[in-house]
Design a protein around this ligand. Structure first.
Ligand code: GAP
Length: 460
């Protein structure tokens, strides 16, 4: 599947400012250390943000690891032997081309200059010579700060999988093809950091290295492209807001012989959400050379040692979160009032079920707490009795809660509650004894539809 139509995707109702402000007000994302004036391009995640991030990670892990027979996980160190980064090429070639504007002194990426104008002040043609700027963040390890003590914060999680290839192979007795996955923080001294949590210096990656033989690698590359698109469908990103874009030879990273981005549509246009890269045997070969260990695999069919090739889907949790917030934001009119509603998928929304008494009347509160106790073991719930019921529904709509269960005065007599649907605002009445099943059924109905499972590639 390739679909590289240009132009804006339709239906995006929020600009970045609206999302940034909603995210702060409702407790998704805060500027980091705001009481000290913040810190450029650094964000902290609030109570709803952490729930949503956990849901994103869990959904990815379930899809990429637990629901499959051929992928296992690792968690590698963030600060590891610096030889890893020498071997992987990051110490030498992980760079951005930079120039200084002679007029305003801003340091800008040479490849971001359009028509010779400084992106900061607009002055044309007044720049220093281009220099390569390394994106690795350095630190030093141990009591003495000398060259020998220099270490790096990892710029990608991927190398943690390559350096553990042999350990995983030996400890799990895998045979090709198989994958190793990891979720964790990565760090890059990015120069151009804009657009909220789209590009930051500290971010979290979800990456999987899929090891296979050279002959089947391009088949797996296509397979993983489709599988990744299916995952985005499963978490509720609208298909028309996603597309594939194949990289030209001049754009690909130093290790890659084929790369396709999954691009999403943002307020500023199409941009990379995820990269799916065919890395060849570059990484294992480099680590074998630098470590002196043979990182090969004995192919029993061919009766020879081979160096596996690798296909890698790689994405950031933060970028997925921004994509979902942008994509889910909607405004509509309910009973003559404008409302903001986040149409998040049930598995992604920070809260799955809001539990609300009609009012703070003392007669209602014990029953509402009892209903909450019934629901809480099964779903991510939130009890709320502050302000009017209308305002509480709006607040749940705005944070994307798919269902609200409301206790009213009739409940005292009939032991039944109302389930209100975020998208349609329709309400149904169910007995408390059946509320868990009714909520579960409705959440199931709200789960997004996903394309049919991708066929596994055979050996070509
Ligand atoms: N191991 C391959 C790799 O790291 P990448 O394209 O540099 O490839 C993969 O990064 C993904 O990680 C990107 O598609 C993006 O989702 C996320 N990412 C990379 N740099 C980021 C940054 N500075 N801020 C937020 N997310 C970032």
């Amino acid at each position: 599947m390739t679909d590289e139509e240009d132009g804006p995707a339709s239906g995006m109702k929020a600009d970045l400012e609206t999302i940034t402000s909603l995210a702060k007000q409702r407790g998704f994302v805060f500027p980091s250390a705001e009481i000290y004036g913040g810190f450029a391009s650094t964000y902290d995640y609030g109570p709803l943000g952490v729930e949503m991030r956990r849901n994103i990670r869990e959904s990815w892990w379930r899809w990429m690891v637990q629901a499959r027979d051929d992928v296992v996980g690792v968690e590698a160190a963030i600060i590891t032997n610096p030889d890893v980064w020498r071997a992987a090429g990051h110490v030498d070639v992980f760079t951005d081309p930079l120039v200084d504007c002679l007029k305003c002194k801003a340091r800008v990426r040479a490849d971001h200059i359009e028509d010779g104008a400084c992106p900061n002040c607009g002055a044309t043609g007044q720049f220093t010579e281009e220099r390569a700027f390394n994106l690795l963040l350095r630190t030093s390890v141990g009591p003495v700060e000398d060259e020998g003590a220099t270490a790096y914060l990892r710029p990608e999680t991927a190398q943690g999988m390559f350096v553990n290839f042999e350990n995983v192979l030996n400890s799990t007795r895998r045979s090709l093809p198989f994958g190793i996955a990891q979720i964790g923080k990565s760090f890059r001294n990015e120069i151009t950091t804009q657009q909220f949590i789209f590009r930051t210096r500290e971010f979290e990656q979800m990456e999987m290295e899929f090891f296979c033989d050279a002959e089947s690698a391009l088949g797996w590359f296509e397979y993983w492209k489709q599988e990744r698109m299916r995952w985005y469908q499963s978490i509720g990103v609208r298909r028309e807001h996603l597309r594939f874009r194949d990289h030209g030879a001049d754009e690909r990273s130093h290790y890659s012989s084929a790369t396709a981005d999954v691009e999403a549509h943002y307020p500023w246009g199409w941009a990379e959400l995820e990269g799916v890269a065919y890395r060849g045997d570059y990484d294992l070969t480099q680590h074998a050379e630098h470590s002196g260990k043979s990182l090969s695999y004995f192919d029993t069919e061919r009766e020879e040692h081979i160096v596996p090739h690798v296909v890698e889907p790689a994405v950031g949790v933060d970028r997925v979160m921004l994509t979902l917030l942008m994509d889910a934001y909607d405004e509509d009119v309910v009973a003559g009032d404008k409302r903001v509603v986040m149409r998040l998928a049930p598995d992604i929304a920070p809260v799955a079920v809001g539990v609300l008494p009609l009012s703070r009347n003392e007669k209602l509160l014990p029953t509402t707490r009892r209903v909450h106790d019934v629901l809480r073991p099964h779903f991510r719930t939130w009890y709320d009795d502050a302000q009017s019921i209308g305002r509480r529904y709006r607040r749940q709509d705005e944070i994307g809660t798919p269902l609200c269960v409301t206790v009213d005065f009739d409940t005292i007599d009939d032991e039944a509650v109302t389930i209100r649907d975020r998208d349609t605002t329709e309400q149904i009445r169910v007995p408390i004894s059946g509320v868990v099943d009714a909520v579960r059924d409705r959440l199931d109905e709200l789960r997004p539809e996903v394309d049919e499972v991708t066929a596994l590639p055979g050996r070509s």
